[in-house]
Design a protein around this ligand. Sequence first.
Ligand SMILES: [Zn+2]
Length: 162
Amino acid sequence: MKLKKQFIEAAKDVWGGKLDLSRTHLTTHETEMKPYARLKVKGKHGKALKDLLIKPPYIAELHVNPKFKKLSKEKQTRALKHEAGHLGYPHHGKDFINLMEKTGGAMSENSLEKTVFYLQGKPAKKGGRYKTIKGFETQTELNNFVKDFTKKNKGMRLRVKI
Ligand SMILES: [Zn+2]
């Protein structure tokens, strides 16, 4: 499948079948870069509200690196869903993350794996360092774990890495 078509399919999975990109000038490029895929928006960013794409950007460039083609279809789709999310959200904020979780998109440009939320903790006392406690595939799993964990580990400082 041509990359452009593949991206539009992924975008429909993320934003719903009625997605209209007819006013978006979308081009695809093969670029030497570290992440497998990246969406560059020129001019104004798109606008979204939760899982509704209110206004896609007018100019969007989809870049993939030469290794992209060698990924499995599943990973390609996950990467493209992530980039499709950037049609509406420029950054990886909470709404973006929720959208990725709901639609199976990758959580970041650098992680195509399923386990993407890493809970890290450090003791409350000074000088401690954050250590990874556990990895999770979904935010729901993470939230459930944290509820129980904080009861048993009072005072521990926690953070999440994606
Ligand atoms: Zn991103």
